[in-house]
Design a protein around this ligand. Sequence first.
Ligand code: ADP
Ligand code: TRP
Length: 323
Amino acid sequence: MRVLSGIQPSGRLHIGNYFGAMRQHLRMQAEHECFYFIADYHALTSGPSPQAVAEYTLGVAMDYMALGLDTDKTVFWRQSDMPEVTELTWLLSCITPMGLLQKCVSYKDKIAQGLSPNHGLFAYPVLQAADILIFQSDLVPVGADQKQHIELTRDVALRFNNTYGEVFKLPADHIVESVAVVPGVDGRKMSKSYGNTIEIFEPEKSIKSKVMKIVTDSTPVESPKDPDKCNVFALLKLFAAPEELAQWDQRYRAGGMGYGEAKKRLAELIVEFFRPYRQKRAELENNPAAVDAMLKKGAERARAVAAPTLLAARKAVGLGEQR
Ligand code: ADP
Ligand code: TRP
């Protein structure tokens, strides 16, 4: 099966991204033909500085490579190194009803968060549809928040095929069974936009101090505590082995345990979990030119697959040579 997914370079990747998306992407490499890209065109919709776009794009690439993305097997590239996708976006735009885009909640959410309502932000799902359709993808692993965009992609593909003849395969979504939502240090969903993240590769010391600041309630040390209502426990679930987790569960319920103790152990576990990948991350960081070169190579492979679809779509709508 051909699997495709994009990752926005909108900041440094965090533990929520890891358990909600990256881990699944990396695991799928074993069984599928995977196409993963860094969605830098999409990132432009929220008005980042040029420095931020460039820095985060390279950072996301390094994070994925350090954590086990196999660039020999998986096709991995920077979206903007394959500008064909923007041409397909135009072809799709011309058959996408305004009403479909107006229904998209992610646009409304982003406006509510204070982003400026530019046309790129509104048309974001059409670019995403082009990303998916240009590769004739079978499966698109995404978080639940992206389900609507995959539905729109199928809708647009169907309209195109019905109007101009069969060009696109209709993709299935594959909602990543995220370990629920990973909470941030303030207890809200961990998200770059809330500034409450623990980054995968931030200095170990800083991971520790962030964990110690995770918000907990004010139940006194001696009283029993409900693990299911605790942000620290929610994170322990991701990192502790089942036997250890069961012990923490008991200790919470028994009382006589302070949150500080659980936090200390959580910090250790997080640091241990990502430690094996730090060395590789540091090597990549010291050689950004090699990372760039790998992305460029990935883009060439991606273009070879995408070009025939774009040609078929152009021809179908009557552009260019028709023979
Ligand atoms: P952010 O909210 O930090 O900007 P993105 O929206 O770029 O993150 O998300 C990238 C991927 O990571 C998506 O598939 C999303 O579902 C997943 N993800 C992000 N934050 C979390 C979280 N706190 N818990 C689970 N999954 C998450
Ligand atoms: N919109 C996706 C997100 O924010 C990123 C993305 C862009 C994507 N193009 C894609 C995901 C194509 C899957 C397929 O997470």
